[in-house]
Design a protein around this ligand. Sequence first.
Ligand code: PAF
Length: 288
Amino acid sequence: MATESVEASRLIRGAGEMHRWSDRRRLAGERIGLVPTMGYLHEGHLSLVDRARGAADLVVMSIFVNPAQFGPDEDLERYPRDLESDLRLASDRGVDVVFAPSVADMYPREQTIWVEPGPLGERLCGASRPGHFRGVLTVVLKLFEIVRPDVAVFGRKDYQQAFLIRRMVEELAVPVEVDVAPIVRESDGLAMSSRNAYLDPLARDQALSLTRAVAAIRDAYAAGETSSASLISRGRELLDAGGARVDYLEIVGAEDLEPVEWASADSVCLVAAWVGATRLIDNARLGE
Ligand code: PAF
């Protein structure tokens, strides 16, 4: 029986080598797509690869657990890592280069210059994770400088992150097209996340209350309810009943992240909640 052979992704560890590879390929007229990740790949990440492949000739995936976006009491040390499996999955999905730098490569000295996200980075996830988005924007800008992609693809599960990256690109005139891909869900609806690996069976069950809350809010909106207060209270009931501890549940404008009193098709419902020791997020555009 004939077996299809898959070409292994090339692994690049150093920023200099990554830079040189990209420069050569760009000079050869090839369009480069970047999928930034922190590894421990799942189908959500791999769907971003497909998206990048559709928009570029070559796909680079970065795998870097970025210390600068974790708070002192967060899960940096225990964040799941498995480079060997990631390389296999990336190769099978046709990634051309996996860029997996070390911390010393990305932060050769103590970082003193940061990309500050401004007030929108202090709300929602930024309120319970101070400094998180400044760490994200700073590393994403570094990745853009090292890889110099034509297009970069991010997942919509991290709605606020994608929003702020778009803002950064616009306001700092970064010559990268930002593409935001839909959320990929497990068969029961749970949004895919590397942090789902932390969930024991009880927490896995509780995690579904985020899915239920978001779906109920979208359904209630579709059935004619537009009061944000009513929509939020319906969602909260489901989160409380499911045993999740709400960090925030808000209905905001999709284009400015400002809370709205009356929901519209352009509103998005954003939720973050703790199930056991794991903080999860989810969201939905109400008009979808
Ligand atoms: O979404 C992530 O995995 C990370 O925040 C990112 C964008 C790779 C930056 O470290």
